[in-house]
Design a binder for this molecule. Structure first.
Ligand SMILES: [Zn+2]
Ligand SMILES: [Zn+2]
Length: 464
């Protein structure tokens, strides 16, 4: 090994340089160090094949042409952000852009380049029953990039492992080398840490392939596109300023899609492919086209297209569930005998709410001990939390009713007409939950038919 690369232990000066990994080969370390010396724009231009990095050591020269970019985003349940619900990623090889870059055939707004990106959305099975809580969002059903696949945490780790460790094929000089990975994201350290520290427990830095992080917030600043020194650009603002739309935000693959499209546009902001006189399509048309193209050309990396978070089957969605004889041990042990027959233990909404509440209480206690004023709402959204978001969206009272009326229970288990609704919740003695039970009565409950459809229960709304 070249002794120079012992210096790699100390290259902490660039926050976007991944830490030293003993799994990295010497050429990979050399490439990582070369990338540590440049800003995000320069690194990104290399990834797109637009302008090659000029300080690449000879031992990494061939490797530098085979970068794979992976753009990442994770989503969590808003009631308990410990629970990762979605992992979105988009990925492309620099080599796949090369023919278009070399021929100058970028397409309007770099459409031909962006069509080389493949998009994926993983929905984590253990958290697939956790409902979205924003009434203005379609949640994961609003995905527009690639297709969603349900995956266990183990499957998700395996799929991500296959994305981050890809042997280079068909290049004699690089036999037994892996593709170097550049990780792109909006506020990317956040997503990297979430992947590692929460349920998925996937360590991006541990793969021995990640040579660089690029953040679109930094990219926007360096590209001269965002000049507010003390404020980082949000994805919505970025997308707006680039003249396309961030519809159905906060769905992991949508955020990934818009982050990637933004990053391409930032790199090419003054390129002829964006000049009015050269284009026939608008930026918005191109962005919409990328969405459609990504869905039509999707190829699964694993997981199942369907999953039922009532019975645990991968053969159907919950709207088509015909399972009988289910038993949630959690509900059973707490005397919720009727409810226990409506779902399997893994997908107990009651337990999820208890965990969320315990977490809120824990954090509130920590705040109290730190001498902070108690918050009116743990989530800092005050009125939203107290008076709007959850109550109107998916009150557990409604959830009970829904389960009991849609769970194909034997007649003896079915609720009396009208369901139990909030009353059932009030009677559990969990005072703080009873507020949810009132949700249906305040005119908010009915308004969420769209939201429920958003959870794959579309066909069932007539049952209300
Ligand atoms: Zn089922
Ligand atoms: Zn249960």
């Amino acid at each position: 090994m070249d002794s120079n690369y012992n210096m790699s232990f100390n290259t902490g000066f660039n926050p976007n340089a991944p830490p030293f990994s003993s799994r990295m080969t010497p050429p990979m370390l050399a490439l990582r160090d070369a990338f540590a010396n440049v800003d995000d724009v320069t690194a990104w231009n290399h990834c797109l094949g637009l302008r090659r990095l000029n300080n690449i050591p000879p031992m990494a020269n061939d490797l530098a042409d085979h970068i794979i970019v992976v753009c990442l985003d994770c989503e969590h349940w808003s009631e308990n952000t410990d629970e990762t619900t979605e992992i979105g990623f988009g990925t492309f090889k620099t080599q796949d852009l090369r023919p278009f870059v070399q021929s100058g055939n970028f397409g309007d707004h770099a459409e031909n380049l962006m069509k080389q990106i493949r998009f994926y959305l993983l929905r984590t099975i253990p958290h697939s029953h956790l409902p979205k809580t924003n009434p203005n969002s379609r949640g994961v059903e609003g995905n527009r990039f690639g297709q969603a696949r349900f995956a266990t945490f183990t499957e998700a780790r395996s799929i991500l492992g296959n994305v981050f460790i890809q042997p280079i094929k068909n290049v004699a000089s690089l036999r037994s080398q892996n593709h170097p990975i550049v990780v792109l994201g909006q506020d990317i350290t956040h997503d990297r840490d979430n992947l590692k520290d929460k349920d998925v427990a996937f360590d991006v830095n541990g793969m021995g392939t990640v040579i660089r992080y690029i953040d679109t917030q930094v990219l926007a600043g360096e590209a001269g596109f965002w000049n507010h020194r003390n404020e980082k650009v949000g994805l919505r603002s970025l997308v707006q300023r680039l003249w396309f739309q961030h519809s159905d935000p906060h769905t992991a693959a949508n955020d990934v899609g818009r982050t990637l499209i933004s990053a391409f546009q930032l790199a090419l902001i003054n390129h002829p492919c964006k000049k009015l006189e050269n284009v026939t399509k608008s930026m918005l048309q191109v962005a919409d086209g990328i969405e459609a193209h990504s869905r039509a050309t999707f190829q699964s990396l694993g997981g199942s297209a369907q999953y039922c978070w009532k019975c645990g089957s991968r053969e159907h969605m919950i709207a088509n569930c015909r399972a009988t004889g289910l038993r949630c041990e959690e509900c059973w042990s707490k005397g919720r005998f009727q409810e226990a027959g409506t779902h399997i233990t893994l997908h107990c909404m009651w337990r999820a709410q208890e965990k969320a509440q315990a977490r809120r209480a824990h954090h509130e206690e920590q705040r109290r001990r730190a001498g902070a004023q108690p918050r009116r709402s743990y989530r800092g959204r005050g009125q939203n939390y107290q008076g709007y978001s959850i109550i109107r969206n998916l009150p557990p009272g409604d959830f009970t009713t829904w389960y009991l009326t849609h769970a194909n229970l034997p007649p003896s288990h079915r609720p009396p007409s009208g369901g139990r609704g909030g009353d059932g919740w009030a009677s559990t003695g969990r005072g703080s939950w009873t507020g949810y039970g009132r949700g249906r009565g305040d005119g908010g409950g009915r308004g969420d038919g769209r939201g429920r459809g958003g959870h794959g229960r579309g066909g069932s709304s007539s049952g209300w």
